[in-house]
Design a protein around this ligand. Structure first.
Ligand code: CA
Length: 158
């Protein structure tokens, strides 16, 4: 019984050594320039050659492009067709929107968010809104405007 008591004492001492051990704190800094998922592994070796490692995953997000929403009051009609365009633009990172432009697809351009544009000639036009954030990331969104001649689908007079 006494021998068993000594063994418990030795076991307790061993556990204490393992728990207390030597604590080493190292601070390392590293900058990730490119977006992606990175695995970081810390490996520590003690004086007896015992090795232990721990791995964590670092997720690096890049600059996200502006998010655009566009609305038109009509997407088809007879020429001359005046369309009210409305764009809203936000940036997921909170970057400032430094440049934006409507390109109406008929060589017409506007630098406002909500322009009106009149199509004078029949045709299918791709109207595109483009926005750029302060980190030079650009996105765009398009909508098709169909402009018809007056005679298309209408009645012809004799
Ligand atoms: Ca951004």
């Amino acid at each position: 019984m006494k021998k068993f008591g000594w063994m418990l004492l030795v076991l307790a001492a061993m556990l204490m050594t393992a728990t207390v051990g030597n604590c080493v704190e190292e601070i390392a800094t590293h900058t990730y320039d490119v977006a992606g998922e990175y695995t970081v592994t810390l490996t520590a070796t003690d004086e007896h050659g015992g090795v232990s490692s721990k791995t964590i995953t670092i997720n690096v997000r890049g600059n996200e492009a502006p998010v655009i929403n566009i609305v038109v009051d009509k997407s088809s009609g007879i020429a001359p067709l005046t369309v009210q365009f409305t764009a809203t633009v936000t940036d997921p990172d909170g970057d400032a929107i430094v440049d934006y432009e409507w390109n109406f697809g008929d060589n017409g351009i506007a630098k406002t968010l909500s322009p009106k544009h009149t199509y004078t000639t029949a045709g299918n036009y791709t109207s595109t809104f483009r926005a750029t954030d302060s980190n030079n990331n650009t996105s765009e969104k398009s909508i098709t405007i169909i402009v018809q001649n007056e005679s298309v689908g209408g009645c012809s007079s004799v």
